[in-house]
Design a protein around this ligand. Structure first.
Ligand SMILES: [Zn+2]
Length: 286
């Protein structure tokens, strides 16, 4: 059994523990389903290879949803026509190394580098593959959220430079609300409540400080490195693995808080502005 250390910072302070369930607080995580949404097949191995192992070790059912098909990921011309099949084989192998079986790795399979026309949702043309007659990221993500029904969802941070990462992040955030709403009933039974969402660091820093640190032992770290190394069609993979190895067995998660608008947030603030501004009657009243 691999050993981990977790430090999670909350409003009440920071807590270091060897137990992920303790770090996450209630409700209990054993038997929960957590969904890791990966813009490209290798992203969540890089950003959460330790975290996913730790979660499974404590009884979490980890599911992976890969958004793109890897078609632009060829590094040698002779791979170009088979790269999608090659990357699929590599991805299943990679997640197996982490302990995630093939039937828990799903694909949306939209074209790598070609997500812009697939933002949103529209009716499918006669010749298009569809889910319930529609295409688009919000259609697919809402469908998968309602099918997998995760308690928590993790996705690479929107500060990553790759447009596939940025688009996946923003389409997932709105789809979390769609999935818990009544719209589009053909995509499945609405979720009782939106899943909690956390961001993963893959290539770029978070926009704000993360609140969970995961440190893995040698065995867990080696499994993470091996899972990245499974993407052998990527000729730069050895260099990437070397840099991940050099960085050490550390991962970070930033749990997102959706702050829905309510006037209450601002009423007190503006009351305090006015109180600090003489009679509070507005500009020029000093
Ligand atoms: Zn990526």
């Amino acid at each position: 059994m691999a050993l981990f250390r977790f430090t999670r910072k909350t409003d009440r302070g920071a807590q270091r523990t060897a137990c992920l369930a303790d770090a996450m607080g209630p409700p209990a995580i054993a038997d929960q389903t957590w969904l890791f949404v990966s813009p490209h097949d290798d992203d969540v191995c890089i950003g959460a290879g330790l975290f996913m192992q730790a979660a499974m070790q404590e009884g979490v059912n980890v599911e992976v949803l890969i958004v793109t098909d890897g078609c632009m990921g060829y590094c040698q011309l002779e791979d170009r026509d088979q790269i999608v099949e090659i990357r699929h084989r590599e991805a299943y192998r990679s997640y197996q190394v982490l302990g995630i079986p093939r039937d828990r790795v799903r694909y949306i399979g939209y074209p790598d580098g070609g997500l812009i026309p697939l933002i949103g949702r529209r009716r499918a043309r006669a010749d298009e593959e569809s889910i319930a007659g529609y295409v688009g990221l919000q259609n697919a993500l809402t469908y998968h959220l309602r099918t997998i029904r995760p308690a928590r969802v993790y996705v690479p941070t929107r500060t990553d430079l790759h447009p596939d990462h940025r688009i996946t992040h923003s389409e997932l955030m709105i789809s979390v609300f769609h999935a818990a709403g009544a719209i589009w009933p053909e995509l499945g039974e609405p979720l009782a409540e939106p899943p909690r969402v956390g961001e993963l660091a893959v290539y770029c820093d978070f926009e704000d400080l993360p609140n969970l640190e995961i440190i893995g032992d040698d065995a867990a770290f080696q499994a993470k490195l091996d899972s990245i190394l499974a993407f052998q069609s990527q000729v730069q993979i050895d260099r990437l693995v070397e840099s991940v190895r050099h960085a050490g067995p550390y991962e970070y998660v930033r749990e997102s808080e959706f702050r829905l608008f309510t006037p209450d947030t601002y009423k007190l603030l503006f009351a305090s502005y006015a109180a600090g501004n003489g009679n509070g009657n507005g500009p020029g009243d000093s």
